[in-house]
Design a binder for this molecule. Structure first.
Ligand SMILES: CC(C)C(=O)C(=O)O
Length: 320
Protein backbone atom coordinates (compact mmCIF):
# COMPACT_ATOMS: atom_id res chain seq x y z
CA UNK A 1 0.00 0.00 0.00
CA UNK A 2 1.15 3.53 0.73
CA UNK A 3 4.73 4.43 0.05
CA UNK A 4 5.12 7.08 2.72
CA UNK A 5 3.78 8.04 6.10
CA UNK A 6 1.77 11.10 6.80
CA UNK A 7 3.57 14.35 7.28
CA UNK A 8 4.43 16.11 10.50
CA UNK A 9 4.27 19.81 11.23
CA UNK A 10 8.06 19.85 11.48
CA UNK A 11 8.25 18.52 7.94
CA UNK A 12 5.89 21.15 6.66
CA UNK A 13 7.82 23.86 8.40
CA UNK A 14 11.14 22.63 7.07
CA UNK A 15 9.79 21.77 3.67
CA UNK A 16 11.39 18.31 3.93
CA UNK A 17 9.94 15.08 2.70
CA UNK A 18 11.68 12.71 5.12
CA UNK A 19 8.97 10.40 6.49
CA UNK A 20 8.02 11.18 10.06
CA UNK A 21 7.41 8.01 12.08
CA UNK A 22 3.72 7.41 12.51
CA UNK A 23 2.84 6.88 16.19
CA UNK A 24 0.76 3.86 17.21
CA UNK A 25 -2.94 4.30 16.51
CA UNK A 26 -5.04 5.03 19.59
CA UNK A 27 -8.54 6.27 18.73
CA UNK A 28 -8.74 9.11 21.26
CA UNK A 29 -5.09 10.06 21.60
CA UNK A 30 -2.08 10.83 19.43
CA UNK A 31 1.00 9.82 21.39
CA UNK A 32 3.36 12.10 19.43
CA UNK A 33 2.40 15.77 20.02
CA UNK A 34 4.03 16.72 16.72
CA UNK A 35 2.00 14.32 14.68
CA UNK A 36 -1.16 15.34 12.87
CA UNK A 37 -3.55 12.77 11.52
CA UNK A 38 -4.94 13.35 8.06
CA UNK A 39 -8.48 12.32 7.19
CA UNK A 40 -9.35 12.25 3.51
CA UNK A 41 -13.04 12.74 2.74
CA UNK A 42 -12.91 12.82 -1.04
CA UNK A 43 -15.11 9.74 -1.24
CA UNK A 44 -17.73 11.11 1.15
CA UNK A 45 -17.94 14.88 1.46
CA UNK A 46 -16.18 15.31 -1.88
CA UNK A 47 -18.64 12.96 -3.51
CA UNK A 48 -21.55 14.92 -2.01
CA UNK A 49 -20.69 17.80 -4.36
CA UNK A 50 -23.47 18.20 -6.91
CA UNK A 51 -22.67 16.18 -10.02
CA UNK A 52 -19.83 14.22 -8.41
CA UNK A 53 -21.62 10.89 -7.96
CA UNK A 54 -19.44 7.76 -8.22
CA UNK A 55 -20.35 4.10 -8.44
CA UNK A 56 -19.12 1.68 -5.78
CA UNK A 57 -16.56 0.28 -8.23
CA UNK A 58 -15.27 3.77 -9.00
CA UNK A 59 -15.04 4.55 -5.29
CA UNK A 60 -13.05 1.40 -4.64
CA UNK A 61 -10.69 2.28 -7.47
CA UNK A 62 -10.24 5.79 -6.10
CA UNK A 63 -9.71 4.42 -2.58
CA UNK A 64 -6.83 2.34 -3.97
CA UNK A 65 -5.26 5.58 -5.17
CA UNK A 66 -5.98 7.52 -1.97
CA UNK A 67 -4.14 5.02 0.21
CA UNK A 68 -1.02 5.62 -1.85
CA UNK A 69 -0.91 9.04 -0.18
CA UNK A 70 -0.50 7.43 3.22
CA UNK A 71 -3.45 9.18 4.84
CA UNK A 72 -4.38 8.02 8.33
CA UNK A 73 -8.16 7.88 7.96
CA UNK A 74 -10.40 7.58 4.92
CA UNK A 75 -14.02 8.72 5.08
CA UNK A 76 -15.60 6.63 2.35
CA UNK A 77 -19.34 7.21 2.26
CA UNK A 78 -22.81 7.45 3.70
CA UNK A 79 -24.18 3.86 3.78
CA UNK A 80 -27.78 4.91 4.44
CA UNK A 81 -27.80 7.12 1.37
CA UNK A 82 -28.10 4.23 -1.12
CA UNK A 83 -27.46 0.51 -1.55
CA UNK A 84 -24.53 1.32 -3.79
CA UNK A 85 -22.93 3.58 -1.19
CA UNK A 86 -23.39 0.81 1.37
CA UNK A 87 -21.59 -1.57 -1.02
CA UNK A 88 -18.83 0.95 -1.62
CA UNK A 89 -18.15 1.31 2.10
CA UNK A 90 -18.24 -2.45 2.60
CA UNK A 91 -15.91 -3.21 -0.31
CA UNK A 92 -13.43 -0.53 0.76
CA UNK A 93 -13.56 -1.72 4.39
CA UNK A 94 -12.91 -5.29 3.28
CA UNK A 95 -10.05 -4.53 0.89
CA UNK A 96 -8.37 -1.29 1.92
CA UNK A 97 -9.26 -1.64 5.59
CA UNK A 98 -7.44 -4.95 5.75
CA UNK A 99 -4.32 -3.80 3.99
CA UNK A 100 -1.19 -2.39 5.55
CA UNK A 101 1.11 0.51 4.69
CA UNK A 102 4.84 -0.07 4.38
CA UNK A 103 5.29 1.23 7.92
CA UNK A 104 2.86 -1.42 9.19
CA UNK A 105 0.01 1.05 9.70
CA UNK A 106 -3.50 -0.17 8.97
CA UNK A 107 -5.63 2.74 7.65
CA UNK A 108 -8.78 3.65 9.54
CA UNK A 109 -11.90 3.36 7.41
CA UNK A 110 -14.84 5.52 8.38
CA UNK A 111 -18.26 6.54 7.09
CA UNK A 112 -21.05 8.84 8.22
CA UNK A 113 -24.41 8.21 9.80
CA UNK A 114 -27.04 10.47 11.27
CA UNK A 115 -27.75 10.19 14.98
CA UNK A 116 -30.41 7.49 14.73
CA UNK A 117 -30.32 3.75 15.31
CA UNK A 118 -31.08 2.76 11.70
CA UNK A 119 -28.32 4.87 10.22
CA UNK A 120 -25.80 3.80 12.83
CA UNK A 121 -26.61 0.11 12.44
CA UNK A 122 -26.42 0.34 8.63
CA UNK A 123 -23.13 2.21 8.74
CA UNK A 124 -21.66 -0.28 11.20
CA UNK A 125 -22.80 -3.22 9.04
CA UNK A 126 -20.86 -1.71 6.14
CA UNK A 127 -17.68 -0.54 7.86
CA UNK A 128 -17.16 -3.24 10.49
CA UNK A 129 -15.12 -5.36 8.04
CA UNK A 130 -12.17 -3.01 8.34
CA UNK A 131 -9.52 -3.82 10.93
CA UNK A 132 -9.89 -0.26 12.20
CA UNK A 133 -13.49 0.80 11.64
CA UNK A 134 -14.71 4.22 12.75
CA UNK A 135 -18.18 5.74 12.70
CA UNK A 136 -18.79 9.45 12.21
CA UNK A 137 -22.19 10.18 13.66
CA UNK A 138 -23.56 13.68 13.24
CA UNK A 139 -26.43 15.88 14.26
CA UNK A 140 -27.03 19.53 13.56
CA UNK A 141 -26.52 21.92 16.46
CA UNK A 142 -27.25 25.34 14.96
CA UNK A 143 -30.62 26.97 15.73
CA UNK A 144 -31.57 27.19 12.05
CA UNK A 145 -30.85 23.50 11.36
CA UNK A 146 -32.48 22.29 14.56
CA UNK A 147 -35.65 24.28 13.99
CA UNK A 148 -36.19 23.91 10.25
CA UNK A 149 -34.40 20.72 9.27
CA UNK A 150 -34.57 18.49 12.35
CA UNK A 151 -37.66 20.12 13.83
CA UNK A 152 -36.22 19.42 17.24
CA UNK A 153 -35.45 21.47 20.31
CA UNK A 154 -32.00 21.93 21.79
CA UNK A 155 -33.01 19.70 24.67
CA UNK A 156 -34.00 16.90 22.29
CA UNK A 157 -30.73 17.17 20.36
CA UNK A 158 -28.83 17.15 23.63
CA UNK A 159 -30.59 13.95 24.62
CA UNK A 160 -30.18 12.19 21.26
CA UNK A 161 -26.47 12.79 20.66
CA UNK A 162 -24.97 10.98 23.70
CA UNK A 163 -27.63 8.28 23.47
CA UNK A 164 -26.60 7.51 19.89
CA UNK A 165 -22.91 7.53 20.74
CA UNK A 166 -23.67 4.95 23.42
CA UNK A 167 -25.72 2.99 20.91
CA UNK A 168 -22.78 2.93 18.48
CA UNK A 169 -20.57 1.71 21.32
CA UNK A 170 -23.06 -1.03 22.12
CA UNK A 171 -22.66 -2.41 18.58
CA UNK A 172 -18.97 -2.91 19.22
CA UNK A 173 -17.56 0.29 17.70
CA UNK A 174 -14.85 1.79 19.88
CA UNK A 175 -13.79 4.58 17.53
CA UNK A 176 -16.53 7.19 17.28
CA UNK A 177 -16.27 10.63 15.79
CA UNK A 178 -19.10 12.92 16.78
CA UNK A 179 -19.77 15.82 14.39
CA UNK A 180 -21.81 18.86 15.37
CA UNK A 181 -23.13 19.75 11.93
CA UNK A 182 -23.11 23.52 11.35
CA UNK A 183 -21.00 24.02 14.47
CA UNK A 184 -19.88 27.36 13.07
CA UNK A 185 -23.39 28.78 13.47
CA UNK A 186 -24.15 27.04 16.76
CA UNK A 187 -24.42 28.58 20.17
CA UNK A 188 -21.06 28.18 21.92
CA UNK A 189 -22.45 27.18 25.32
CA UNK A 190 -24.59 24.56 23.64
CA UNK A 191 -21.56 23.18 21.84
CA UNK A 192 -19.56 22.87 25.07
CA UNK A 193 -22.50 21.08 26.65
CA UNK A 194 -23.21 18.62 23.84
CA UNK A 195 -19.51 17.88 23.30
CA UNK A 196 -19.10 17.25 27.04
CA UNK A 197 -22.00 14.81 26.96
CA UNK A 198 -20.78 12.86 23.92
CA UNK A 199 -17.32 12.59 25.44
CA UNK A 200 -18.87 11.05 28.53
CA UNK A 201 -20.87 8.70 26.28
CA UNK A 202 -17.71 7.41 24.60
CA UNK A 203 -16.90 9.60 21.59
CA UNK A 204 -13.19 9.52 20.73
CA UNK A 205 -13.02 12.46 18.29
CA UNK A 206 -14.96 15.74 18.14
CA UNK A 207 -15.55 17.06 14.68
CA UNK A 208 -16.18 20.81 14.40
CA UNK A 209 -17.42 21.60 10.90
CA UNK A 210 -17.86 24.97 9.31
CA UNK A 211 -20.57 23.26 7.28
CA UNK A 212 -21.58 26.21 5.12
CA UNK A 213 -18.12 27.74 4.90
CA UNK A 214 -19.32 30.87 6.67
CA UNK A 215 -16.46 31.67 9.03
CA UNK A 216 -13.55 34.01 8.64
CA UNK A 217 -10.19 32.61 9.76
CA UNK A 218 -10.00 34.42 13.09
CA UNK A 219 -13.55 33.30 13.91
CA UNK A 220 -12.82 29.66 13.17
CA UNK A 221 -9.61 29.75 15.19
CA UNK A 222 -11.50 31.31 18.10
CA UNK A 223 -14.20 28.64 17.86
CA UNK A 224 -11.62 25.86 18.20
CA UNK A 225 -9.84 27.67 21.03
CA UNK A 226 -13.12 28.26 22.88
CA UNK A 227 -14.10 24.62 22.57
CA UNK A 228 -10.69 23.54 23.84
CA UNK A 229 -10.96 25.88 26.79
CA UNK A 230 -14.55 25.17 27.83
CA UNK A 231 -15.53 21.61 27.01
CA UNK A 232 -15.42 19.21 29.95
CA UNK A 233 -13.24 16.18 29.20
CA UNK A 234 -11.76 17.69 26.02
CA UNK A 235 -8.31 16.28 26.85
CA UNK A 236 -9.69 12.77 26.46
CA UNK A 237 -10.51 13.23 22.79
CA UNK A 238 -9.06 14.41 19.51
CA UNK A 239 -10.30 17.59 17.84
CA UNK A 240 -10.98 17.40 14.12
CA UNK A 241 -11.41 20.44 11.91
CA UNK A 242 -13.58 20.46 8.82
CA UNK A 243 -13.65 23.61 6.68
CA UNK A 244 -15.80 24.21 3.63
CA UNK A 245 -14.88 26.62 0.92
CA UNK A 246 -18.22 28.22 0.08
CA UNK A 247 -16.89 31.72 0.64
CA UNK A 248 -13.46 30.89 -0.73
CA UNK A 249 -11.82 31.26 2.67
CA UNK A 250 -11.06 27.64 3.57
CA UNK A 251 -7.38 28.25 2.90
CA UNK A 252 -7.42 31.33 5.08
CA UNK A 253 -9.39 29.51 7.79
CA UNK A 254 -6.79 26.79 7.64
CA UNK A 255 -4.05 29.33 8.18
CA UNK A 256 -5.79 30.38 11.42
CA UNK A 257 -6.21 26.74 12.40
CA UNK A 258 -2.45 26.53 11.67
CA UNK A 259 -1.87 29.07 14.43
CA UNK A 260 -3.58 26.91 17.05
CA UNK A 261 -2.26 23.57 15.86
CA UNK A 262 1.28 24.69 15.14
CA UNK A 263 0.99 23.00 11.76
CA UNK A 264 2.71 25.28 9.29
CA UNK A 265 2.24 25.92 5.66
CA UNK A 266 5.00 25.20 3.17
CA UNK A 267 6.78 28.48 2.30
CA UNK A 268 6.23 28.17 -1.44
CA UNK A 269 2.44 27.82 -1.23
CA UNK A 270 0.91 30.13 -3.83
CA UNK A 271 -0.63 33.38 -2.57
CA UNK A 272 -0.36 32.66 1.16
CA UNK A 273 3.00 30.92 1.69
CA UNK A 274 5.89 32.80 3.32
CA UNK A 275 7.62 33.15 -0.05
CA UNK A 276 4.62 34.57 -1.85
CA UNK A 277 5.20 38.12 -3.09
CA UNK A 278 8.74 38.06 -1.68
CA UNK A 279 11.71 38.52 -3.98
CA UNK A 280 15.39 37.76 -3.64
CA UNK A 281 16.76 41.22 -3.10
CA UNK A 282 16.16 40.68 0.61
CA UNK A 283 14.08 43.70 1.48
CA UNK A 284 10.92 41.74 2.36
CA UNK A 285 11.46 39.73 5.53
CA UNK A 286 8.74 37.28 6.54
CA UNK A 287 8.80 35.82 10.03
CA UNK A 288 8.09 32.15 10.61
CA UNK A 289 6.79 30.75 13.89
CA UNK A 290 7.86 27.69 15.84
CA UNK A 291 5.04 25.16 16.26
CA UNK A 292 3.14 25.03 19.53
CA UNK A 293 2.18 21.78 21.10
CA UNK A 294 -0.43 20.14 18.90
CA UNK A 295 -1.50 17.23 21.01
CA UNK A 296 -4.66 15.41 19.97
CA UNK A 297 -5.45 17.35 16.87
CA UNK A 298 -6.05 16.46 13.31
CA UNK A 299 -7.11 18.18 10.18
CA UNK A 300 -9.57 17.11 7.63
CA UNK A 301 -9.82 18.04 3.96
CA UNK A 302 -8.10 21.36 4.44
CA UNK A 303 -7.10 23.13 1.34
CA UNK A 304 -3.39 23.22 1.89
CA UNK A 305 -3.37 19.50 2.20
CA UNK A 306 -5.15 19.43 -1.08
CA UNK A 307 -2.10 21.18 -2.45
CA UNK A 308 0.33 18.80 -0.76
CA UNK A 309 -1.52 15.75 -1.91
CA UNK A 310 -3.18 16.97 -5.08
CA UNK A 311 -6.64 16.03 -3.91
CA UNK A 312 -9.45 18.25 -5.01
CA UNK A 313 -12.06 18.16 -2.35
CA UNK A 314 -14.07 21.32 -2.35
CA UNK A 315 -17.80 21.10 -2.28
CA UNK A 316 -20.81 23.31 -2.61
CA UNK A 317 -23.66 22.69 -0.21
CA UNK A 318 -27.24 23.79 -0.20
CA UNK A 319 -27.63 26.39 2.49
CA UNK A 320 -30.24 26.07 5.20
C1 LIG B 1 -21.45 15.62 8.62
C2 LIG B 1 -20.39 16.64 8.83
C3 LIG B 1 -19.11 15.99 9.23
C4 LIG B 1 -20.18 17.45 7.60
O1 LIG B 1 -19.80 16.95 6.58
C5 LIG B 1 -20.40 18.87 7.68
O2 LIG B 1 -21.07 19.35 8.60
O3 LIG B 1 -19.92 19.57 6.79
Amino acid sequence: MATQNSISCAQIQNGTTTPHPRPPYIPNHIPDPNYIRILDTTLRDGEQAPGAAMTSEQKLELARQIVKLGVDIIDVGFPSASKDDFMAVKMIAQEIGNGEYEDGYVPVITCICRCNENDITTAWEAVKYAKRPRLITFIATSPIHMEYKLKKTKEQVLEIAPKMVKFARSLGCNDIQFAAEDAARSDREFLYQIFGEVIKAGATTLDIPDTVGIMMPCEYGKLIADIKANTPGIHNVIIATHCHNDLGVATADTLQVEEYSGLHLQPHKALVGANAFVHESGIHQVSYCIPNNVQNFYVMNLTYYTTCFSITNIKVKNKM
